[in-house]
Design a protein around this ligand. Structure first.
Ligand code: AKG
Ligand code: FE2
Length: 313
């Protein structure tokens, strides 16, 4: 796996989205410019100020959660903990003896009081069509609306993937540093895609891959991007990624379905129905969604799907 230093330099604006264009850090960009420069050309980018308006920004620490939510009951991989207990485990996590990872929870269900603390949703991530009543909500039954992740040093995300149904991914580091390894789309032939879950790679222990077993993976080109406290990573639809926690981390993540990834979304949804052995349903759903796309696009010109906040699905 070749990597290049993602944080070293900014690249000229307007270059196409490929893995050799280092991920930039930017601030103060207008929404229209963001869409034209990053979202539509599908260039990952780090926004250093997107979450600045969140009340939780700047004072989200493990101690904050220990104090305010210490007795909160949480469940990680079938095991129940008090949040304070989990935070202690993560504080003791090391590369050699990592604590559980990821410890992720749905904010609207597990930390509902936090919703106003991570509001407003960034205008860069709108419109979002996931909650639209004309979009079958069943499609999102396994997609969490808004997640909070707790991690400790050595915690590694378990599989290389792109976010399911080719949604755009937004990940904000509220505390600590996380290293993302990102692979541009188009390298699927090198990533040993899981045929049953084609948004996931089947490479085991992909952070320390066995290149004898996965020789093609050696040719995959990746960038390592460290996202630091306060920063937000935008990962466009179809970008493969994984992450590891460099120290104690708290992150908040959500997905976006907008006009510019609609076609990709429909393609994946239809393929999935076909794979599940329902070609007629796949055809009908595909037709419906292909007609719906431009209708929603028209409504969005008049401001539709922009007032979306959290917990509305
Ligand atoms: O923060 C991480 O560990 C990766 C999160 C991620 O990519 C996901 O939940 O889809
Ligand atoms: Fe992801």
């Amino acid at each position: 796996m070749n990597t290049i230093d993602a944080n070293a330099a900014a690249s000229p604006v307007g270059m196409s989205a490929d893995v050799d264009t280092p991920v930039e850090r930017i601030a103060g960009i207008g929404v229209a410019q963001f869409i034209a420069t990053y979202r539509v050309p599908r260039r990952p980018v780090i926004l250093t100020d997107a979450a600045r308006a969140w009340p939780l920004y700047g004072h989200c620490t493990p101690d904050y959660f220990r104090t305010h939510y210490g007795d909160h009951r949480v469940r990680v991989r079938g095991k129940d903990y008090r949040l304070a207990e989990l935070i202690d485990l993560l504080a003791a996590s090391t590369v050699d003896k990592p604590g559980p990872y990821p410890c992720k929870f749905e904010v609207a269900k597990d930390f509902r009081e936090l919703l106003p603390q991570v509001t407003p949703r960034f205008a860069y991530s709108l419109p979002d069509r996931q909650a639209h009543p004309l979009v079958p909500q069943k499609l999102f039954q396994y997609v969490n609306n808004l997640e909070i992740f707790f991690g400790g040093p050595g915690g590694e995300f378990p599989y290389l993937h792109y976010d399911v149904m080719r949604l755009h991914a937004w990940i904000t580091q509220l505390h600590g540093d996380k290293e993302f390894t990102v692979y541009a789309p188009g390298q699927e032939h090198l990533l040993y895609i899981n045929p049953d879950m084609p948004w996931q790679s089947s490479i085991r222990d992909h952070h320390h891959p066995d290149f004898e077993r996965y020789p093609l993976f050696r040719q995959a080109r990746a960038q390592k991007v460290v996202v630091r406290a306060g920063e937000t990573l935008f990962l466009p639809c179809g970008w493969w990624h994984t992450a590891r926690s460099l120290n104690q981390t708290i992150s908040v993540a959500f997905d976006q379905l907008g006009p510019d990834n609609w076609r990709d979304f429909v393609g994946d949804v239809v393929d999935e129905r076909r794979r599940l052995g329902s070609p007629i349903k796949a055809l009908a759903l595909g037709l419906y969604l292909r007609v719906l796309g431009p209708v929603l696009g028209l409504a969005e010109r008049f401001g539709s799907n922009r007032g979306v906040q959290w917990g509305q699905r």
